[in-house]
Design a protein around this ligand. Structure first.
Ligand code: ATP
Ligand code: MG
Length: 171
């Protein structure tokens, strides 16, 4: 399924703002939703997942799952968090049981481009780019598929609300 045009672009001048966008996505997540986050080392992927976990109401704080490959955050729904940076083969990805996790929860993946094409087709694609001059981030959210489109609509509405309430409205 081809990616559609970017539906939301957010600039972020701080870790807090990136996490706030994550929080909005977390609040909007439903079981079966998949989110794939791309961006260079240190772009802010885990920072966004931290916000997502908080947004689901999970009391377990998000950490980078680089060594264990998958973390689980049991909130309003179960959020599974994978990092495929060090994944070495298809077998290892199969062990993560991503399809099963999606049947009973939501999924967020860092470094999806290192994984196989068996990653969920219907997914919200997030690209975080670092502006080397300002150190700010440009975050582009593109829905690929119908569920992802609905997730993005809900998340954008929540983010607008949180953003208006926060101190970093113009950051
Ligand atoms: N606008 C911003 N949004 C997010 N993080 C920022 C921002 N500005 C600076 N940072 C810093 O960038 C770093 C992001 O780290 P994080 O672990 O989230 O990156 P990552 O993309 O998950 O990296 P990796 O590829 O190693 O998993 C943190 O140290 C954070 O403080
Ligand atoms: Mg990370």
């Amino acid at each position: 399924m081809p990616a559609t045009a970017p539906a939301l672009v957010v600039t972020s001048g701080s870790e807090g703002r990136t996490a706030l966008l994550g929080r909005a996505i977390g609040m909007a997540l439903r079981s079966g939703d998949a989110v794939l986050i791309s961006g260079e080392l240190g772009a802010g992927k885990t920072c966004m997942v931290r916000g997502m976990a908080e947004g689901t109401g999970s009391a377990t704080p998000a950490r980078s799952p680089t060594f264990v490959l998958v973390n689980e955050y049991p909130g309003r729904i179960r959020l599974s968090h994978c990092d495929l940076y060090r994944v070495s083969g298809l077998d290892e990805v199969e062990e993560l049981a991503l399809e099963e996790r999606l049947r009973d929860g939501a999924l967020v993946v860092e470094w999806p481009e290192r994984g196989p094409s068996t990653l969920p087709g219907d997914a919200l694609l997030i690209q975080i780019d670092v502006d080397t001059r300002s150190d700010g981030r440009t975050i582009v959210l593109t829905p690929r598929g119908e569920s992802a489109g609905r997730l993005l609509s809900r998340a954008a509405a929540v983010f607008e609300m949180l953003d208006m309430a926060g101190p970093e409205r113009t950051a």
